[in-house]
Design a binder for this molecule. Structure first.
Ligand SMILES: NC(=O)c1ccc[n+]([C@@H]2O[C@H](COP(=O)([O-])OP(=O)(O)OC[C@H]3O[C@@H](n4cnc5c(N)ncnc54)[C@H](OP(=O)(O)O)[C@@H]3O)[C@@H](O)[C@H]2O)c1
Length: 169
């Protein structure tokens, strides 16, 4: 009989942010109210919020009793800290991911599992561009440190920065 290994951490990292340099018309239809396209914005909602949450749901039977689900969010998903207009697809999808994280965290509160939304900060990736301060390696190290220090488990249902501080919802 083969023994099943439980999953300790799920990191939902894949994300999508439409770029004006790839398709200006598409980008504008996700960014500005004059050009708002629900059909186009749905792609971001699917990739950034619905798919990771559905994946997590499907993984539940394989999660350890004290597993942590880490949803990689963004400062742009914060409603309280929003200062710039528009950006409906990306900001809206990360705000939805934040709500789903909190909802899941409250469901998990009856047990020992945790769900945390994390703002990784500005990273030097395809999305973040070459001018970003942090490398993905730095951020991955910081995430591992948060997990190993127990900070993620202790902050079920919260929205954190990579230094473990709370980000405004
Ligand atoms: N970079 C930043 O400054 C920054 C800031 C705040 C938050 N974030 C968040 O950090 C996470 C990582 O972002 P990143 O900077 O690494 O972005 P990235 O350079 O654009 O990479 C995005 C990753 O997501 C995957 N992906 C996109 N759509 C997918 C789909 N439909 N199915 C499966 N995989 C898909 C891509 O896979 P392929 O390569 O196969 O397309 C790629 O590996 C994202 O959630 C992002 O929103 C990034």
């Amino acid at each position: 009989m083969c023994e099943r290994t439980a999953i300790d951490v799920v990191i939902n990292n894949a994300g999508y942010n439409p770029k004006d340099s790839v398709d200006k018309d598409y980008f504008m239809s996700t960014f500005k109210i004059e050009r708002f396209s629900g059909e186009n914005i749905a792609r971001s909602l699917n990739i950034n919020a619905l798919a990771p949450t559905e994946l997590t749901s499907k993984l539940l039977p394989s999660l350890a009793d004290d597993a942590v689900v880490l949803n990689i969010s963004s400062w742009l998903g914060s409603i309280g800290a929003k200062t710039g207009g528009g950006h409906y697809a990306y900001a809206g999808s990360k705000a939805l991911l934040n709500m789903f994280t909190k909802a899941m965290g409250l469901e998990f509160a009856e047990g020992n599992r945790g769900a945390v939304a994390l703002n990784p900060g500005w990273m030097r990736t395809d999305m973040g561009g070459a001018r970003a301060k942090n490398t993905p390696e730095d951020v991955a190290r910081a995430v591992l440190d948060l997990y190993e220090a127990g900070t993620l488990s202790e902050n079920n249902g919260m929205f954190l920065n990579i230094d473990g501080s709370h980000h405004e919802w």
